[in-house]
Ligand binder design. Sequence first.
Ligand SMILES: [Zn+2]
Length: 54
Amino acid sequence: MALCPDCHAQKPFFAPRCGTCNQIIGFKTQLWTMTLYYGVQVLVLAILAVWLFG
Ligand SMILES: [Zn+2]
């Protein structure tokens, strides 16, 4: 599953059109959104780990 950059609903990663907001999401936009989404999560976890155990 992936995140729709437009309405932030879950959508299948390879589906070009979001089923919730009916917006066509480009592959690069989708990739960038997922990179940002998971990147922020990893960053927050890393900061939390350093803060707790560092
Ligand atoms: Zn959407």
